[in-house]
Write a protein that binds this ligand. Structure first.
Ligand SMILES: [Zn+2]
Length: 257
């Protein structure tokens, strides 16, 4: 198991695509980030669920050195892993000042039961070694250890879930003042700003503007108002941007807990 944990480094994840051309989370936290983002496959059209069945879960986890390649997972394992994942996403939403989904966090706690870890103290620092029974226990324990480490070293609050409609993408906020809100300003940020602009405008106008009007002015000044603190992220997003309709936000419903 030691060797398994030792192989789990962020380096293998550095080439993972990120909306907005952002860099992934530092070190091993990139692995937790990648796990949370398995709800949307950026590499295919339409972006389906990467963990669609137990076999896919096993393949993903062994490809990321979380379980042995020959480990067999069943439907219960899948259900547990997805509850675990959505609990992490709930925490990441909370990191982005969204209300905490307490049911999802409770489900995370339940899914974590049995994912035991030993702590080994060494001169270079503590190491967390899964001491779990089942393959999934060990894999989840490794993810928990990384998350716990990030909470202790202060990187965790920067792992945020994007509040864009149908999004929930986990991105790492590298901005100096930790003010990034969207996975990509051009995708979710502009779209949400356009929405709130039209909402406010409709309220001002009373019954609301006709739909045609709203569509016509979509992406106009509404998309460019305010929130200057996000502009650094906006610049970042100009590099390697994916088309808005190809993004997680475009089609994926936010998984319900
Ligand atoms: Zn988003």
């Amino acid at each position: 198991m030691n060797a398994t944990v030792a192989r789990v480094t962020g380096e293998t994840l550095l080439d993972a695509p990120q909306p907005g051309g952002r860099r992934p989370a530092p070190g091993r936290l990139a692995l937790v980030q990648a796990f949370v983002n398995t709800h949307y496959d950026l590499a295919t059209d339409g972006g389906g669920e990467l963990l669609g069945d137990p076999k896919a879960l096993g393949a993903w986890m062994s490809a990321h050195a979380l379980i042995a390649p020959d480990a067999r997972l069943d439907a219960q394992d899948l259900e547990r892993a997805l509850a675990f994942r959505e609990g992490l996403r709930a925490l990441a939403f909370s990191n982005n000042d969204e209300p905490l989904d307490e049911a999802a966090v409770e489900a995370l706690a339940a899914a974590s039961a049995g994912a035991a870890t030993e702590i080994r103290i060494a001169p270079e620092g503590p190491r967390f070694v899964p001491s779990a029974e089942s393959a999934l226990d060990a894999g989840l324990a490794a993810l928990l250890a990384i998350t716990a480490t990030a909470m202790i070293d202060g990187t965790w609050p920067r792992l945020k879930a994007c509040p864009g409609r149908h999004c929930g993408w986990a991105f790492y906020d590298h901005s100096r003042n930790q003010s990034a809100r969207w996975c990509s300003m051009q995708i979710c940020g502009d779209r949400e700003k356009a929405r709130s602009y039209y909402r406010r405008r409709s309220e001002r106008l009373g019954a609301g503007a006709p739909v045609g009007d709203r569509e016509h002015e979509r992406g106009d000044q509404g998309a460019r108002r305010g929130e200057r603190e996000d502009e650094g992220e906006h610049r970042l997003s100009l590099r390697g941007e994916v088309d808005a309709d190809d993004h997680p936000a475009a089609r994926r419903p936010r998984p319900s807990g």
